[in-house]
Each structure stands twice: as structure tokens, then as C-alpha cells.
Design a protein around this ligand. Structure first.
Ligand SMILES: Nc1nc2c(ncn2[C@@H]2O[C@H](COP(=O)(O)OP(=O)(O)OP(=O)(O)O)[C@@H](O)[C@H]2O)c(=O)[nH]1
Ligand SMILES: [Mg+2]
Length: 188
């Protein structure tokens, strides 16, 4: 049965924290990046959430190890027949800056690359823009629209239906994320 929902994202964006709030289960969360090293599995109703290690830059982790982790994630996503959906988590406030910095250096921003990859392999990704509590309310629409454009989803984040602003800290948007996950896995 296809019953796995994978949570992926750069290190330290709050994947484990969101899973903790969504499921009420104790999941290891940390201040330092690289807390989640192997995938871990958390029951979510009839489904299983897979908490993946974070990819991309991590302080104190060698570049080679970072590449290994990314390769592991990509291979897991390509080969597992049990995955029904992917939820990509990002840090709402820093997404655009980081993406532009990579772009300037002539690299494809890793989060954008990952989002496209998830689409290509048919995992219908939802983007949870986490830590929205760090963004002043008056700036949120602008910031989310920018994320939407950078991901190639169009100018208005609200029109996409793929972007959900959330905060694992305040609980904001978690209900909406839960609804969106249920909507996507229903009947599959
Ligand atoms: N302000 C704020 N901080 C958050 C939020 N969600 C998580 N954090 C903090 O971000 C840090 C990283 O959280 P984790 O949940 O461990 O992040 P992760 O993505 O699982 O990290 P790795 O396992 O290392 O890939 C912790 O210090 C959390 O308390 C949020 O919504 N708002
Ligand atoms: Mg984690």
C-alpha cells in the first residue's frame, strides 16, 4: 500500500517540529542543523510520515557528507514505491534570499531543484512555508508571492493551492496543512 508521506527540506527548517505538532508524537528537534540523520517513521492515522534528514549546507558537516545525504534522499524518493505524497518544508523568511544568492553564483537553488524533482517523480509536493511567525504580517503576502514565483508556480501564492504558510512554534497554519495533506491523499 502507498502509505508514506515524506517530509523533506533543508536542514533546520523545522521538519521535525512540524511533524511533532501534526502528530503529537515526540520527534527529535534541535537547535543545530543535522539533527535528523536517518529517516524516521511516525504514525499518522493510516499513514506513515517519513522524517527525512535535512539536505544542503550544515555547519560542521563536510561537503561530501552533505552530497551523500542529498543523493540518499533523491534515491529514496525515486525508488520507494510506498510514497504517496511529499511535503517540502522551507523557512519562509530566508527562502528567497538563499535562492537568489545561489542563482547569482550560477547554481540552481537546491530547494527549487528539489521541488521540481518532486513534481517530476509525481509526488505532488505541498510547500509548507514554516517559521512564518518570523515574518511581520504586513510582509507575508509579498514574501509568499516571491516564493511562488521562484518555484515557477505563478505570481500569486494563494492561487497555487500548493503553498501553506505555517508555524510549528505558534501552531498557525497547521490545521490548513493537515487539511491539504488529507485532500491530496484521499482516494489515492
Ligand atoms: N521561530 C520558529 N522556530 C521554529 C519553527 N519550527 C521550528 N523552529 C526551530 O527551528 C529549529 C530546527 O527545528 P527542527 O524541527 O529540528 O528542524 P529540522 O528541519 O527537522 O532539522 P534537521 O533534522 O536538522 O534537518 C529548532 O530550534 C526549532 O525550535 C517555527 O515555526 N518558528
Ligand atoms: Mg529533523
Amino acid at each position: 500500500m502507498k502509505d508514506r508521506i515524506v517530509f523533506i527540506g533543508r536542514s533546520n527548517v523545522g521538519k521535525s517540529s512540524i511533524i511533532r505538532v501534526l502528530t503529537g508524537r515526540k520527534v527529535r528537534v534541535g537547535k543545530r542543523p543535522g539533527v535528523t540523520l536517518g529517516p524516521s517513521f511516525i504514525q499518522f492515522g493510516r499513514h506513515t510520515i517519513v522524517d527525512m534528514p535535512g539536505f544542503g549546507f550544515m555547519q560542521g558537516v563536510s561537503r561530501r557528507r552533505q552530497e551523500e545525504i542529498k543523493d540518499f534522499i533523491v534515491r529514496y524518493l525515486e525508488n520507494s514505491r510506498e510514497i504517496i505524497l511529499a511535503v517540502q518544508i522551507t523557512d519562509a523568511r530566508t527562502f528567497s534570499d538563499i535562492a537568489r544568492r545561489w542563482d547569482k553564483r550560477g547554481h540552481i537553488p537546491v530547494e527549487i531543484e528539489m521541488f521540481h524533482f518532486l513534481k517530476e517523480v509525481g509526488l505532488r509536493p505541498i510547500l509548507a512555508a514554516n517559521k512564518i511567525d518570523n515574518v511581520p504580517v504586513s510582509l507575508r503576502d509579498e514574501m509568499l508571492d516571491e516564493i511562488s514565483e521562484l518555484l515557477g508556480l505563478g505570481k500569486s501564492w494563494q492561487m497555487t493551492g500548493d503553498i501553506i504558510p505555517v508555524s510549528a512554534k505558534t501552531g498557525e497554519g497547521i490545521g490548513e496543512l493537515k487539511r491539504k495533506i488529507r485532500e491530496r491523499i484521499e482516494g489515492v
